[in-house]
Design a protein around this ligand. Structure first.
Ligand code: 5GP
Length: 181
């Protein structure tokens, strides 16, 4: 069965704007966590590119770990059922956690991750997300550091994919579906 016809749409967030914002967030985290050693939890795979750039803008002693979840039922709509595919390797108890997400859409994935991590008694837990689509939210979730708010459109690039494609685009672009996905 062939998938939907797709093409890249307009560039929503150009590379230089992303880099400027990532530098600002890095400085903010550096100031907020002065004297602490936060543990950054990169949510694979979408947040890998953002995390790699962000961490290099944080001037602190820090550690990194990775988690992976799967939630997508169809191509662009969440199933609402979030499953943990990869857990952290390190203990999060007593640590200052910064969860790094690519995009918060309905909020269901982030809600699941926050409940999961809170139950393990971290010293603190904050969220850093590159993108947010507030108009799509189904549950309220906190975002402490946010790159950009975007409208209700499917985006790719800078780590975000469509069926594993486009992660290496240096900017954020919309994706146009010529027929329903
Ligand atoms: P949520 O649980 O908030 O609905 O979805 C979060 C996850 O859905 C994100 O981590 C991301 O993997 C995926 N997602 C949501 N919106 C988009 C989008 O516009 N583009 C891409 N590539 N992924 C998205």
């Amino acid at each position: 069965m062939s998938g939907p016809q797709i093409r890249l749409g307009e560039i929503l967030i150009p590379q230089d704007l992303i880099h400027r914002r990532v530098r600002q967030i890095g400085s903010q985290i550096t100031a907020d966590y002065c004297g602490k050693c936060p543990l950054f939890l990169c949510i694979l795979q979408g947040a890998a590119v953002f995390s790699a750039d962000l961490l290099r803008q944080v001037e602190l002693e820090l550690s990194i770990d990775f988690m992976a979840v799967s939630s997508y039922g169809t191509a662009t709509e969440t199933s609402g059922q979030v499953q943990l595919m990869k857990d952290v390797d390190s203990s999060v108890e007593g640590r200052h956690l910064i969860l790094v997400e690519d995009i918060v859409d309905t909020g269901l994935t982030l809600g699941y991750l926050l409940r999961n991590l809170q139950s393990r008694f971290p010293a603190s837990l904050r969220v850093c997300a590159l993108l947010s689509k507030p108009s799509r939210r189904r549950i309220g979730v906190p975002i402490d550091y946010l790159g950009f708010e975007i409208p209700d459109t499917f985006v790719v690039g800078y780590g975000l994919d469509y069926q594993q494609r486009f992660r290496n685009l240096p900017h954020i672009s919309s994706l146009i579906f010529n027929q329903a996905p």
